[in-house]
Design a protein around this ligand. Sequence first.
Ligand SMILES: NC(=O)c1ccc[n+]([C@@H]2O[C@H](COP(=O)([O-])OP(=O)(O)OC[C@H]3O[C@@H](n4cnc5c(N)ncnc54)[C@H](O)[C@@H]3O)[C@@H](O)[C@H]2O)c1
Ligand SMILES: [Mg+2]
Length: 337
Amino acid sequence: MLQPLKILFRTNWMSRSYSSYVSRMRYLNRIKEDDEVCQTALQSGDIFLFHKLAPLLQQTGSGIYQFPALQAEDVKGILENLGEDKEMMKDSVLINCTKQNKAQFCLDVGSIEQSAVENLCGGTFIDLRKAFFLLREPEAPLASRGQALLRWHQTNVFCSSTGQPTHRNQSGSQRVCLSSGITYYPKMSPVVITLVSDGKRCLLGRQATFPQGMYSALAGFCDMGETMEETLCREIAEEVGLEVESIRYSGSQHWPFPQSSLMVACHATVNPDNTQIRLDTMELEDARWFSLEEVQEALKIKTPPRKNEGQPTVFWVPPNHAIANRLIQEWANQLQP
Ligand SMILES: NC(=O)c1ccc[n+]([C@@H]2O[C@H](COP(=O)([O-])OP(=O)(O)OC[C@H]3O[C@@H](n4cnc5c(N)ncnc54)[C@H](O)[C@@H]3O)[C@@H](O)[C@H]2O)c1
Ligand SMILES: [Mg+2]
């Protein structure tokens, strides 16, 4: 009797008149939590391929890079064609669900010869640090989320308490250690990124590792037990020796580099009578106040400027894929007359 009830439950909640977004989120959650629902969804899902964490990209005739969704049947065909076990499909990890309620999975085929897969798929596996900036929304964040989940599974194979192997559920939304009973969930590290303004200028900094001439909003990881506000105030005090007076939330972003961070972006102001930067040279190579005009010029630069010998270094800001660019753009927009 249990089975019909379970089937009734599944079809019943999907047929109720929820908004399409609500029904999609509820379906996605069912796939995440119910191995059988996930296995069924995997049969007809979209599969995004990776090779050792590099996403497969295809280039259109006009040179546009795409992150192709392959059909599960086609991926099974590719595996068979290459003499691989179709069971590898079960290593797929759930990423999301399309507006048409189609489940989306990522699968790392790193154990197979890369060029053999590329030839069959008509694409190229490209390191995410490059692929992220070749793709457009919503493919770039989808590729980031896929890579972050695959990386998490590859780096959480053993229980940190017992050293025993952990076991994943079908969707890959968790791993569990059967001897300690600990359940592990994919994690992002919270980071606060802040655009500081004194009302007329904005403060940007650069680390030695940044590309030449690039300045960005100040960022810092949350320490254990801190609120976002405490992290923001601490990081600004640490990095440039200033005290924040007001904070305004702007938005957030998953940032896959170097590990998965959740970027929480805020605007902050400091007292215009106390804007003397006292740089922490351990953290930053430089930090400066920039005028609206300088920022407007920098926002026009869409690709990293070439360094010409004898020419002054050109000031530029992160590309619009990075939430730092959004903060800088918001500041400039609110200031321009
Ligand atoms: N998307 C964007 O627009 C954007 C812009 C700037 C920085 N970022 C990202 O923000 C992150 C933080 O920037 P930052 O380097 O200035 O941080 P930060 O100012 O906190 O300094 C880095 C230090 O934080 C510590 N740390 C490293 N990883 C940590 C973790 N997971 N949890 C806690 N502490 C950790 C280390 O001691 C490291 O030296 C970086 O990953 C950077 O890539 C993103
Ligand atoms: Mg920092």
